[in-house]
Write a protein that binds this ligand. Structure first.
Ligand code: ADP
Length: 383
């Protein structure tokens, strides 16, 4: 039996303490061991320590001890590790176990300290679950965002079809005219070869113009993966500029750009931000339909603030946002249009928020509406 001091030390310990002799027989335990295992002192004393172990350690323990006594090489002795122990009620508990040889004991005796770590396990599992859940919901949200984007892109392009058709028709009409002129120059006697050459060159250049418009369109409608790269907001606006101009011409609207030259780059999904711009410009054009063509005006501008955040605004001089919708402008399905889906602004806000940014509305100077996409510099974590 341990001395009175050793006993007091054992009882003061919050870890379970178990002392065994060289055969594995328990000869002392503290109260914490009783609490951990559910056995009383009387039940512990004299029993084999392997009763506290599940298989395979239960059967192997006598072998571990024998090997240590022969070779001095311990399985657990002298090192700590995490194991599972068997309680009286048959349940298993994870414990941090450290076993040491009692100095000077001959034949050797051993002391084991066992700390219940099930609480840490539960906490770790909860953290892991939360991480898994966060990862899964992020993946789901990215997937549904991509699907929404694809639908919304195609819807926007449908709305822009009039402008685009008009734009493609112009080079086609020019090609037809040059082809007719060619016929005349060929029929002349002698054929006007220089004029024919000029016409053919013009036909080639008009064909390129039509092809460029179609390429821009395809780039936007293509179903793209969500992908964030370091990008300059002014460049992103420039990429959709030809399409917006075509749309504006078809709606007799004057479109102006004020693009800052040296914007800091931010992490952006190019296609998504272009989608938001197209949505905002479409809304502005639709709002301007009530005004006379000569006065319709839209301004798209970019800027940075002193925190390095970048902004792009789309403002118009239309009638402004109707009071009946202004409070729920960004809610899905809120629309004042007979044929409107009311999804454009909701999707646009979701996209900007997924970039760590915001989309806001302010009344514009002359009574129109101004929508601003704000993207902070610090958000550099690609999804
Ligand atoms: P939809 O265009 O299909 O109605 P949105 O979510 O894009 O859906 O827009 C919601 C509503 O916000 C529109 O119906 C319109 O009343 C209002 N709105 C959006 N942009 C403007 C704007 N530039 N000027 C005035 N009202 C606007």
């Amino acid at each position: 039996m341990p001395s009175e001091d050793a006993k007091a030390l054992m009882e003061a310990a919050t870890d379970a303490v178990i002392l065994i002799d060289q055969t594995g027989r328990i000869y002392a335990v503290n109260h914490a061991a009783e609490d951990l295992f559910g056995y009383t002192q009387a039940e512990f004393i004299g029993s084999d320590v392997s009763r506290l172990m599940p298989e395979p350690d239960h059967s192997a323990h006598a072998g571990y001890l024998a090997r240590y006594l022969q070779t001095g090489i311990g399985h657990i002795i002298g090192r700590g590790r995490e194991v599972r122990v068997l309680r009286r009620d048959g349940s298993l508990v994870p414990v941090a176990l450290s076993v040491g040889r009692i100095a000077g004991s001959a034949p050797p005796r051993f002391v084991g300290f066992l700390r219940d770590v099930s609480e840490q396990h539960r906490a770790m599992a909860a953290i892991q679950n939360e991480r898994d859940y966060a990862r899964e919901s992020e993946a789901v949200s990215l997937r549904s965002q991509s699907r929404l984007m694809a639908v919304s892109r195609i819807a926007t392009m449908g709305e822009m079809a009039a402008g685009v058709a008009h734009e493609v028709n112009q080079p086609l009409a020019a090609i037809t005219n040059y082809a007719r002129a060619c016929e005349r120059f060929i029929a002349a006697d002698p054929p006007a070869l220089d004029d024919i050459r000029d016409c053919v060159r013009e036909i080639a250049s008009e064909t390129r113009r039509a092809a460029d418009i179609i390429r821009d369109l395809r780039n936007i409608v293509k179903d793209k993966r969500v992908e964030r790269l370091s990008a300059n907001l002014s460049d992103i606006v420039r990429q959709v500029q030809p399409l917006l101009e075509a749309d504006a011409r078809a709606h007799d609207t004057q479109l102006e750009f004020a693009l800052a030259e040296h914007l800091p780059s931010v992490m952006l999904d190019n296609a998504q931000i272009q989608q938001v711009l197209l949505n905002l410009a479409r809304n502005a054009m639709e709002a301007l339909a009530t005004k006379s063509p000569a006065t319709r005006r839209i301004l798209i501008s970019t800027r940075t603030d002193d925190q390095g955040a970048v902004e792009v605004s789309v403002s118009d001089n239309g009638p402004g946002v109707d009071a009946c919708v202004v409070d729920r402008l960004f809610d899905p399905f809120s629309t004042t249009k007979a044929s409107g889906g009311g999804l454009g602004l909701a999707i646009s806000r979701t996209i900007t928020q997924a970039h760590g940014g915001s989309l806001s509305h302010h009344p514009a100077e002359h009574g129109g509406a101004c929508f601003t996409i704000h993207i902070p510099q610090t958000h550099s974590d690609p999804a």
